[in-house]
Design a protein around this ligand. Structure first.
Ligand SMILES: [Mg+2]
Length: 192
């Protein structure tokens, strides 16, 4: 597999979940400590983000960075997205290419990610919990369920066989149940 093939990764509810000061509706069980806290200034106001990493995200990044060029593409503001990406990268140099809200287009009330900004050759995968993000590129999409707090979530682990050998998996329309190319293949994820 060529490591030049881009794998586009969303951040929020795909790789991490975060809450900021003053959030009304907590998605994380009270008392659950964050993996890291970011202090970001937005509109001259200091804001703390309490960031929880999806289970197995470090291992997922370790492995997939050997197979793909990882590209962060978040609809969040750059000042926040860059800080999250820095933390996830952890000085490994595997999340160098990054795209933020300013690289998205607003479409039907949600942010859509323009994959042509990443590569003219659209042999790209995009892993994102929001279908609106890849509305223009359904053939490139790897859907993943939104993650908020489940400590037993294995969605990232389950995707590794698919990402290791995507050619053996039969593509289905987005939203349909995935089917492996042969009965011997494990169904590695629920929606690809
Ligand atoms: Mg997201």
């Amino acid at each position: 597999m060529s490591r030049e093939r881009p794998l586009v990764l969303d951040l929020d509810e795909t790789l991490i979940h975060s809450q900021h000061d003053g959030v009304i509706r907590q998605m994380v069980r009270p008392g659950t400590p964050p993996d890291f806290i970011l202090r970001v200034t937005i509109d001259r106001h200091p804001v703390r983000f309490f960031v929880h990493k999806r289970p197995h995200v470090d291992f997922f990044l370790d492995i997939t960075s050997q197979w793909y060029e990882l590209v962060v593409f978040t609809a969040s503001m750059e000042i926040y997205g860059a800080a999250v990406a820095d933390k996830l990268d952890n000085n490994r140099g595997i999340l160098r290419r990054r795209f933020y809200r300013q690289h998205c287009t607003m479409d039907f009330g949600s942010f859509t990610k323009d994959l042509s900004a990443i590569s003219r050759d659209l042999s790209i995968f995009i892993l994102d919990n929001s279908p609106g993000a890849y509305r223009s590129y359904p053939d490139n999409a790897i859907p993943i369920k939104s993650w908020f707090s489940d400590p037993y979530d294995t969605a990232l682990l389950n995707l590794l066989p698919v990402l290791d050998a995507p050619e053996v998996y039969q593509r289905c329309p987005v939203g349909a149940q995935s089917q492996p190319a042969s009965s011997e293949q494990l169904v590695a994820c629920c929606c690809w």
